[in-house]
Design a protein around this ligand. Structure first.
Ligand code: PLP
Length: 457
């Protein structure tokens, strides 16, 4: 398979061996696609079809995928939107709607309004995956060979280590997340410099609002990050893949912080910068078990001599990512794609936003209260990492071992938190998921933490 355009872009240079190798062969999809358009007797699809009346009591005279009657009690949607396979990178109408959603999120913010056309033109259609986890797995597989480094902050979602190091055999170059209550840009710079000594590409994985800290950069920190990436791209002249894990996008609580993903500032920034956005329905639309994530890639105008090359590149990338999806999970859950389709439909989208806002406001109240209550604890044993959004915050412990403290909290004070200890990186503390704690219980939670701390005086 020839990839005429993508092979000449920095994306190809950044691909892993697998990323370079993988593609979706024509096979079944080519022939069934053609048959849909050209044939009137179609024997290409590996799903059982029949006249509904022949296998369902009271069924209609319509040709549908065969299904069990009892499943209908669980939904109102037509079975033809529930039973069939979804296409490999997702139902086309969903992918278009998710791209519109990605763009819509930016249009609430003044500084992105004049970029709408650029976003529309240079973003791929999203490739849907079963959850954001699989989006992370896909991108890391597509860009990292065994032993290669990806850069991520020292405090990060623990599953990154499982995916990248244990599963893929690649490595994480950590940088120190915070210094003096701010992101430690110098440490990030150092990590980039270190990796650039041995790699002809840089791959970063960033997550704001962050799990486990709830950190979102302030607007000035974000500007510093963007300047760093731009300067790095200019001096290194190597592809820089920046994967934005935006699982918690839509939950910013502090006006000092950026309102949405850093991704939007990375589009069109430099021809060596390849921004990738990972988001999905999990937290954003509160359907954790729905397992629909999206991978959207920002392309750069300088890669193309014509609009038709740009469109070809999009198609080639779609083929490559589809090849990966097809050879792993095949495709994503159609039921939740149908639900998503309805939630993002023109008639429903405003209501979806209003309903979601209620949750956002509820979490924001908890965020404010838990931070103000924690501040009242007068102890130099603890410090709270900067946090401005998302579902969590992180409490550092100075001398008490985090697992021991979490155990005490649980046994004696009946409080559950997640301890995180990474002695080699100097991390020792615990994550509080205030997203799942009733606001009424927050003062009591903090007072129990305070009581537990007193035991170490
Ligand atoms: C930072 C981060 N990314 C991704 C995910 C996974 O999302 P999904 O459930 O869609 O796979 C989580 C879930 O906890 C997360 O905290």
């Amino acid at each position: 398979m020839e990839f005429e355009i993508v092979d000449k872009t920095p994306i190809f240079q950044a691909f892993s061996e697998l990323g370079k190798r993988i593609f979706l062969p024509d096979g079944i999809f080519y022939w069934s696609g053609r048959a849909k358009k050209e044939a009137d007797i179609i024997g290409t699809i590996g799903s059982a079809f029949g006249f509904e009346k022949d296998f369902i009591d009271g069924g209609e005279e319509r040709w549908v995928p065969c299904y069990l009657k009892d499943i209908k009690q669980f939904f109102n949607a037509d079975v033809t939107n529930i039973v069939p396979y979804a296409s490999i990178p997702g139902l086309i109408e969903n992918r278009k709607k998710w791209k519109d959603w990605v763009i819509k999120k930016s249009q609430f913010i003044d500084r992105y309004r004049n970029k709408k056309e650029i976003f529309e033109k240079f973003l791929t259609l999203p490739f849907l995956t079963p959850g954001i986890t699989f989006g992370i797995y896909t991108c890391c597989s597509m860009f990292l060979n065994r032993g290669e480094f990806i850069i991520s902050p020292d405090k990060r979602w623990g599953n990154y280590d499982n995916i990248i190091e244990k599963n893929l055999g690649a490595k994480i170059q950590s940088f120190t997340f915070f210094k003096d209550e701010k992101i430690d840009i110098e440490s990030l710079k150092k990590a980039i410099k270190e990796v650039s000594k041995t790699q002809d590409k840089i791959v970063l994985l960033l997550n704001f609002p962050n799990n486990p800290t709830g950190y979102i950069p302030t607007k000035s920190e974000a500007a510093e990050l963007i300047t760093l990436f731009k300067n790095t791209a200019e001096t290194l002249q190597k592809p820089i893949v920046i994967i934005c894990d935006d699982a918690y996008e839509g939950y910013p609580y502090d006006p000092e912080g950026i309102e949405i993903s850093l991704f939007y500032d990375l589009i069109d920034l430099d021809e060596n910068i390849i921004p990738i956005k990972l988001d999905g329905i999990t937290k954003e639309l509160l359907m954790y078990g729905g397992r629909i994530g999206a991978i959207t890639i920002g392309l750069h105008k300088k890669w193309f001599v014509s609009d038709s090359d740009l469109e070809k590149c999009k198609a080639e990338l779609e083929n490559k990512f589809s090849g990966f999806i097809r050879s792993t999970v095949s495709n994503s859950n159609i039921f939740y794609q149908t639900v998503l389709n309805a939630l993002l439909s023109e008639e429903k989208i405003e209501l979806t936003l209003q309903n979601r806002k209620k949750v956002e406001d509820m979490l924001k109240d908890r965020y404010k209260l838990i931070n103000s209550e924690l501040k009242k604890i007068d102890s130099d044993e603890i410090s709270i990492d900067p946090n401005r959004g998302g579902f969590f915050l992180f409490v550092n412990l100075r001398t008490i071992k985090a697992t021991e403290f979490a155990d005490l909290l649980l046994r004696k004070y009946r409080v559950g938190v997640i301890p995180i200890e990474k002695p080699q990186l100097g991390i020792n503390g615990f994550r509080i998921a205030y997203c799942s704690i009733d606001i009424e219980k927050i003062p009591e939670l903090v007072s129990r933490i305070q009581e537990a701390l007193k035991e170490y005086n």
